[in-house]
Design a protein around this ligand. Structure first.
Ligand SMILES: NC(=O)c1ccc[n+]([C@@H]2O[C@H](COP(=O)([O-])OP(=O)(O)OC[C@H]3O[C@@H](n4cnc5c(N)ncnc54)[C@H](O)[C@@H]3O)[C@@H](O)[C@H]2O)c1
Length: 454
C-alpha cells in the first residue's frame, strides 16, 4: 500500500469493493452448455468480417456452414481463411443485396455475425431474428430511432438475442478501469468521456484497390469502407460512430442496469478536413474536389444520466491526429485519463494535484477475465479485445443465454447517431433519449464483466 494512503479512505474503498462483490448476480455463463458446437453464418465478409471469421473459425466449437457477401473478391478471401483453418467449404449466398434473406431462411443456424455497411445492420438483424437466429451485429446496430425500437421489439417477440459486437468494452485498460470503478477507487462517478478520434482520411478515400490511401476515390470507385462509409460523411452531420467510446463508459455507469441516459446535446464544428485532403492528394481539378461534405470535423455530444453523471463523446475522423478513444473517468475520489495514461486518486497518489502513471494500477486491477485469458487474447491480435467479443457471442450461443452486451445496450449505444444528428439540425437543442428497457433499467443488475467467466 502507498504509505501516503489515508487509512479512513482505504477502509472506505475496501468496504465498497466488498459490497460490489456481494451484489454480483449469478453468472450467466454458469448456465450449462446446450450446444457443444454452434453453427454460425457470416453476412459481410469484407475486412472486418474476414478478421472475425478467422477468430471464429479457429475455435473448435464453431462451424460456419454459410457466408454471404456481394463481392467475389471478399468472398474468395473468406473462403481461403476457412480453408486455412481446416473448416469445410461453406454454402455461399452472393446473389445481390437481398440474398441474406435466403441465407437466414434456408440455413439452420444458431447465430449470424453481421459485418456489412452500417445501413444494412438493422434489416439483416431483424431478418435473422425473425428466422429464429441469434444475432451479433457490428457497430452501430441501427441508424434511426424507429429501427432501434424495431430491434428491441423483434428481439422481445422472437426471444432471439441481438448482441452488439462492441469490442472496446473488452479492451484491457478499459476493463481494468471498470474493475477500479466497481471497487470504488474513483468514489462515485461524476463524469465520463469517450470518443472516436481516428484520422480516417485514408480510409474514407483510397485508390479502389487497397483499403488505405493511395488515392481520393470513394463510392463505386472505392475499396472496402470508402465504398460506403464516406457517403455518410457527405449526407449526415452527427456522431456517426459513438459506440467505441460509449460502450465502455456505459458498463462503468451501469447504463440500462440501475442508470440510464436521459437527454443529449450535440454540436459540430465546420467541415474542412475531407475537402482539404482531396485537394492536397488529388489536386483541385479532381472531380471529388467538388463534393460537399456535411459532417462537421469534430462533433461533441454531452449526455445527462438519470443518476446525475454527464458523458461527453467526441467524433473526430477528418483531421490529422493520433488515434485516441479519449477516455476520461472521473469520480468524487479520483480521475483517469487515457491520453497520457495517467491517474490521480486522492489519498492514494503520491503527490497532491499531480498525475501519476497508471501502469501499476493497470497491473494491480487487471480484470479477472484478462487474468484468465490474457495469453490467448493477446496472441489473437487487435489488442486482444476481439478474442473476448467473439468468445462472449459464441459462449452465449452455446448456452442459449442472453449475451453480456444485449439488445438494450445495442440500441442505447446506437441511438446516439440519429439523436446527435437531430440535435445539431436544431442548433444543439436538447433531445430526449428513449428508455428502450421500458422502465426495467431501475431493477436490472449489471451483467458485463462481472467475473472471470464472461
Ligand atoms: N468493431 C471494430 O473494431 C470494427 C472494425 C472495423 C469495422 N467495423 C465495422 O464492421 C462493419 C464492416 O466494416 P468493414 O471494414 O469490414 O467494411 P468492408 O467494406 O470491408 O466490408 C463490408 C462488406 O459488406 C459487403 N456487403 C455490402 N452490402 C451487402 C449486402 N447487402 N449483403 C451482403 N454483403 C454486403 C461488402 O461487399 C463488403 O465485403 C462496419 O459496420 C464497420 O463499422 C468494426
Amino acid at each position: 500500500m502507498n504509505p501516503k494512503i489515508d487509512r479512513r479512505k482505504f477502509i472506505q474503498i475496501t468496504a465498497m469493493a466488498g459490497a460490489a462483490t456481494a451484489i454480483m448476480p449469478h453468472s450467466l455463463f454458469s448456465s450449462p452448455v446446450v450446444n457443444e458446437k454452434v453453427k454460425l453464418g457470416v453476412i459481410g465478409t469484407g475486412l472486418r468480417g474476414q478478421w472475425m471469421l478467422w477468430l471464429a473459425a479457429k475455435r473448435p466449437d464453431v462451424e460456419i456452414p454459410a457466408i454471404c457477401d456481394i463481392d467475389d473478391g471478399m468472398i474468395n478471401a473468406a473462403l481461403k481463411i476457412l480453408k486455412d483453418a481446416g473448416q469445410p467449404a461453406p454454402r455461399i449466398y452472393k446473389n445481390g443485396d437481398e440474398d441474406f434473406k435466403n441465407m437466414v431462411a434456408n440455413e439452420s443456424l444458431d447465430g449470424v455475425f453481421i459485418a456489412t455497411p452500417w445501413e444494412w445492420h438493422h434489416a439483416m438483424s431483424v431478418a435473422a431474428m425473425n428466422n429464429g437466429i441469434h444475432v451479433g451485429t457490428e457497430v452501430p446496430a441501427t441508424l434511426t430511432v424507429e429501427d432501434c425500437w424495431d430491434l428491441v421489439n423483434t428481439s422481445e417477440r422472437t426471444g432471439k438475442h441481438c448482441m452488439i459486437m462492441e469490442n472496446v468494452c473488452y479492451r484491457r485498460d478499459v476493463m481494468a478501469i471498470l474493475n477500479m470503478v466497481r471497487q470504488g477507487l474513483f468514489g462515485e462517478l461524476l463524469h465520463c468521456q469517450g470518443g472516436y478520434q481516428h484520422d480516417l482520411r485514408h480510409v474514407k478515400f483510397n485508390d479502389g484497390k487497397q483499403p488505405y490511401g493511395g488515392g481520393v476515390e470513394f463510392g463505386e470507385k472505392g475499396y472496402s469502407e470508402s465504398k460506403w462509409r464516406t457517403e455518410h460523411s457527405m449526407n449526415r452531420n452527427g456522431d456517426l460512430y459513438p459506440t467505441h467510446g460509449l460502450g465502455p463508459v456505459s458498463t462503468m455507469l451501469d447504463i440500462n442496469r440501475g442508470n440510464r441516459m436521459m437527454y443529449l446535446t450535440s454540436t459540430a464544428t465546420q467541415t474542412r478536413g475531407l475537402h482539404k485532403y482531396i485537394v492536397e492528394q488529388g489536386g483541385e481539378d479532381h472531380p471529388n474536389a467538388d463534393v460537399e461534405f456535411k459532417l462537421g470535423d469534430v462533433v461533441t455530444t454531452v449526455i445527462k444520466c438519470a443518476n446525475g453523471q454527464t458523458i461527453m463523446l467526441s467524433h473526430d475522423t477528418n483531421s490529422p491526429r493520433p488515434y485516441s478513444l479519449n477516455f476520461r473517468i472521473q469520480g468524487t475520489q479520483g480521475i483517469w485519463m487515457v491520453d497520457n495514461n495517467s491517474i490521480y486518486i486522492e489519498g492514494v497518489s503520491p503527490e497532491e494535484h499531480r498525475w501519476e502513471s497508471d501502469v501499476e494500477y493497470m497491473k494491480k486491477y487487471d480484470h479477472p477475465l484478462w487474468k484468465r485469458f490474457g495469453d490467448q487474447a493477446s496472441s489473437s491480435g487487435h489488442g486482444g479485445m476481439d478474442f473476448f467479443i467473439v468468445r462472449a457471442f459464441i459462449e452465449s450461443l452455446k448456452r442459449d443465454v442472453s449475451p453480456p452486451i444485449d439488445v438494450y445496450d445495442a440500441v442505447s449505444m446506437s441511438v446516439i447517431c440519429p439523436l446527435s444528428e437531430e440535435s445539431i439540425r436544431k442548433n444543439s437543442t436538447s433531445v430526449k433519449i428513449p428508455d428502450f428497457t421500458r422502465g426495467k433499467w431501475k431493477m436490472n443488475k449489471p451483467i458485463f464483466g462481472m467475473n472471470e467467466e464472461y
